[in-house]
Design a protein around this ligand. Sequence first.
Ligand SMILES: [Fe+2]
Length: 148
Amino acid sequence: MTQNLNPVVKSLEQALADTFALALKTQNYHWNVVSPNFFGLHTMFEEQYDDMHAAVDELAERIRALGATAPGSLRAFLETTSIADAIDDADAIAMLDDLIASQAMLAKTLKAGVAAAEKAGDTATADMLTERLTRHDKQAWMLRATRG
Ligand SMILES: [Fe+2]
């Protein structure tokens, strides 16, 4: 790995840890949500964590393609992520508010990653992170529209 690609790997590690943490939180809420709109929330959360679980694999394998070791432990993710853990005993509105805030945090991570990749001339990583940003913009919109 060349020196100037190092910030790109760091950005991918941040995106990986944040995506893993938000996937887990979204799945927690999929399990625990109680609402008259239970099925809608339960199903939407599942669609979102399924997307994020697939993304975790892509992000980790991009790190490998750049010649670095992919972090894959709870400790490594906890040390790196900026996404707070799930709120215990949250009601449905608190879950939605929390996910909306975490989606915004993850979007910030992804934007910084796109900038780092572009600066390093790594078009493939910039593309991958831009695609993730598009997905998370859509997920955040769905959460906001459901929140009302
Ligand atoms: Fe399930």
